[in-house]
Design a binder for this molecule. Structure first.
Ligand code: 6GU
Length: 287
């Protein structure tokens, strides 16, 4: 991942609005998520599966989806309205959203508020790590064409997008953020250090994985992995990791601060390629 040693993704100026800069960066053992949405039912199956479910059961995270409609004072629980100035599409009204955010903030003191919007800062692993250090997150899911601008000024700490494409609402984006943050909460994953070994955690893609059988449709598991030689396996994994990053995401290597070992491996490959090219040059082996 394009990571620098210094600087904080969450406090990037401009696109990444942080109202209260004194964010606590402690290491709590739990996280409270409150999602504000007009479709809270979308989250029921999400809370109910896999690592997220287990983290909830083990009280590593607390999670709830709250309907913004509950805070629409009007009889029909309307949460959207036509835009001033005209044009197509609807805008989320500020009052129900503000009431919902204030209510959640009161319950979760110290929580940060996140608006999911395609105009936000593009989510990455570094941001996930920074969010995982907080104790509470209030995730506000926009729908329609957007939310009333005045919500963003006082009530939103961060604006997050999950990529350069447009979704019909922030709900799926909120799930993605919650999923990525949850697996970084200490104890949420099974293995002690599973999260540290992930793709991106050290700026490289993960090495290739194999399990039984040894031969699958004629394809063998690399022999070194069967050898039991831990040092050799570790070396193979580093090379696999580097090779995959080089082939699939060379942009990550450009950003990464390389370790001595990583640089040595890349140099070794570089020399091997140069040797091949020299050979071809000498023998005029090209067409
Ligand atoms: Cl967070 N929301 C919407 N509506 N669209 C998106 C997005 C979020 N991130 C990328 N596209």
């Amino acid at each position: 991942m394009a990571e620098r040693q210094t600087g904080c993704e969450l406090t990037h100026p401009g696109t990444w609005q942080q109202v209260n800069p004194s964010a606590s960066v402690t290491q709590p053992n739990h996280m409270n998520f409150v999602v504000l949405t007009i479709f809270p039912q979308m989250f029921a199956p999400f809370w109910d599966h896999g690592i997220v479910r287990r983290a909830i059961e083990n009280k590593k995270i607390f999670a709830s989806a709250v309907s913004i409609r509950n805070f629409a004072g009007n009889r029909h629980q309307v949460t959207d309205d036509r835009p001033y100035g005209g044009g197509s599409g609807m805008v989320m009204k500020p009052e129900p959203l503000a009431a919902a955010i204030r209510d959640a903030s009161q319950t979760l003191s110290g929580a940060k508020t996140v608006l999911l919007t395609p105009q936000g800062r593009v989510f990455n692993q570094k941001m996930a790590r920074e969010l995982a250090a907080l104790t509470g997150l209030i995730l506000v899911c926009g729908r329609y064409e957007g939310v009333d601008e005045r919500i963003c000024h006082d009530l939103i700490d961060y604006e997050i997008s999950i990529g350069d494409y447009v979704l019909t609402g922030g709900e799926l984006a909120a799930m993605i953020v919650i999923d990525a943050v949850t697996r970084l909460i200490p104890g949420a994953l099974g293995g002690e250090d599973a999260a540290e070994k992930d793709s991106f955690s050290d700026g490289l893609l993960e090495h290739a994985h194999y399990t039984r059988p040894e031969n699958f449709e004629g394809q063998e598991v690399p022999e070194v992995l069967l050898s039991g030689h831990h040092q050799e396996i570790e070396k193979w994994r580093l090379e696999s990791s580097l090779m995959r990053t080089l082939l699939k995401r060379p942009d990550l290597l450009q950003e990464k601060i390389l370790t001595r070992r990583e640089r040595d491996v890349l140099k070794k490959w570089c020399l091997e390629i140069e040797k091949i090219l020299d050979l071809h040059q000498g023998e005029k082996k090209w067409i």
